[in-house]
Design a protein around this ligand. Structure first.
Ligand SMILES: Cc1cc2nc3c(=O)[nH]c(=O)nc-3n(C[C@H](O)[C@H](O)[C@H](O)COP(=O)(O)OP(=O)(O)OC[C@H]3O[C@@H](n4cnc5c(N)ncnc54)[C@H](O)[C@@H]3O)c2cc1C
Length: 435
């Protein structure tokens, strides 16, 4: 079989076969066949995880044939989508009903099942990750049985399956709690990093969606503040970005310029601090408004590797300070900005926000730059603050490390034993991270 690669291109595998089911019965048959023959199957979404979590030597199950809107309860604002539906397809599916997803991450290329399976999140202390928007799931277990779960049906499965790491079954449908369609007013500004850290807790508590990017080797943070407004009620004078300025800011500045700079700075690392100072001045000084999904998600054309840890929100300023000291002490030249976000606590077993509000720190390296010294040293800092790694992004933890991070890990494992006793859905990543 031909080689499969993830988005960043560095995670590769050669599945024994690729299956493209069009019905839940097809998915069932794939799992049952694997179970009977001692084989494995692995669902893949958009391949946007940075880790080996979606890799397989067994049968790769591409869910693109199971896509689209299945049911809508307009009054309850509940929407059921097929598991392979891509996030960027959802706004058009919801538009006729005047509904939207409550919150999104930086991009919208992922599948809904893939996004929730690794705990994908956006920013906003009043809002959970995408998995927290889920009200019911249907999945195909290792035996081929179809299992439905919600808070009232198979509640023990629902408690763990929303962030299931692809370990519990193949998700064929997801019911989301949506909200009335809304607009966002976006304000993006360069600000002194010290001021941003000083006001971090206040801003995340008071603002709807606050995040910032800090360019290492500078004292500047680019802040992004998105405020929610009912459809059609943006403040006077706030307009969508013109296509030209959208392309200029997002593609030319954030992506193409990064790519050009990373290519240059990859060869001449000593230029990075100066380049970062220039980038922190050139990017992020604008104000606009638009329908929610157009503001939440932006294009990402530069390929990179990413590590992201969830920390207690109050630890963010100290952890960033330690990151700065570590970068200076080791003489690392870091060309990508560090992204800082927040999310509400939830009760999902393996969610990075389980039982506590999260402050997220994401670090990146251009795909052509070896990330390991930076990532490993940063991970030590994040772990010293009780950090939990994003399941779809780089980390170096193993199963023995997770028991202390997740009080409900045992519950997850018990459900896994019930749904996939024969480990039909296992791969090297799950063998490494789960007991
Ligand atoms: C450029 C970029 C930006 C990103 N931005 C963010 C962000 O803002 N916030 C954030 O939290 N994360 C972000 N991520 C990470 C990304 O959201 C997650 O890694 C997500 O899991 C990718 O979804 P996917 O559909 O590509 O899933 P894949 O990477 O294809 O798969 C991920 C996991 O889900 C499983 N899976 C997929 N489909 C199913 C199914 N139907 N049933 C059961 N299991 C399934 C796979 O087996 C695998 O275990 C970003 C990634 C990239 C590359």
């Amino acid at each position: 079989m031909s080689e499969w690669r993830n988005w960043s291109g560095d995670q590769r595998c050669r599945p024994s076969a690729v299956a493209r089911p069009n019905t839940v019965a097809d998915v069932s048959a794939l799992a049952a066949t694997a179970s009977a023959s001692g084989g494995t199957v692995k669902a893949v979404g958009a391949g946007h995880s940075f880790t080996d979590i979606a890799l397989t030597n067994g049968v790769q199950v591409c869910l693109d044939g199971l896509s689209g809107l299945l049911t809508v309860d307009r009054k309850a604002k509940l929407v059921t989508l097929a598991g392979g539906t891509r996030l960027h397809e959802i706004p058009a599916l919801l538009a006729p009903y005047g509904l939207a997803m409550e919150n999104l991450g930086d991009i919208d290329k992922q599948s809904i099942a893939g996004a929730i399976s690794t705990g994908t999140h956006g920013t906003g202390l009043k809002f959970g990750g995408i998995a927290a928007q889920v009200r019911a799931l249907t999945l195909v277990a290792g035996s081929g049985d179809v299992v439905h779960c919600s808070a009232t049906e198979n509640a023990h499965i629902f408690a763990v399956a929303r962030v299931g790491l692809g370990a519990l079954g193949i998700i064929t449908s997801v019911t989301l709690q949506c909200v009335d369609a809304f607009m966002l007013h976006a304000v993006e500004r360069p600000e002194p990093l010290a001021d941003v850290l000083e006001s971090w807790q206040q801003r995340i508590s008071e603002l709807d969606h606050f995040e910032f990017y800090w360019f290492p080797h500078t004292e500047t943070a680019l802040t992004k503040t998105n405020t929610r407004y009912a459809a059609g009620s943006l403040p006077a004078g706030v307009a969508p970005l013109s296509t030209a300025s959208h392309i200029f800011a997002d593609v030319l500045i954030s992506n193409t310029m990064f790519s050009a700079l990373c290519n240059v700075t990859g060869k001449l690392p000593s230029t990075i601090p100066g380049v970062n100072k220039m980038a922190s001045r050139l990017t992020g000084n604008r104000e606009f408004g638009d329908v929610s999904h157009k503001v939440f998600a932006t294009p990402r054309s530069v390929r990179f590797r990413e590590m992201e840890y969830a920390l207690p929100v109050e630890d963010i300023p100290a952890a960033l300070g330690e990151l700065d000291i570590m970068i200076k002490r080791r003489g690392l030249q870091i060309s990508f900005p560090v992204e800082v976000r927040s999310a509400a606590a939830d009760t999902i077993a393996l969610s990075t926000s389980n039982g506590r509000q999260s402050g997220y720190i994401a670090i990146h390296q251009h795909i052509k730059t070896a990330p390991f010294e930076y990532f490993k040293a940063a991970e030590e800092i994040f772990l010293s603050h009780g950090g939990r790694p994003h399941w779809g992004k780089w980390h170096f933890l193993q199963s023995k490390d997770f028991a202390a991070l997740y009080p409900d890990l045992e519950k997850f494992c018990r459900v896994r034993d019930g749904l996939d006793a024969k480990r039909v859905f296992s791969n090297a990543c799950l063998d490494r991270v789960l007991p």
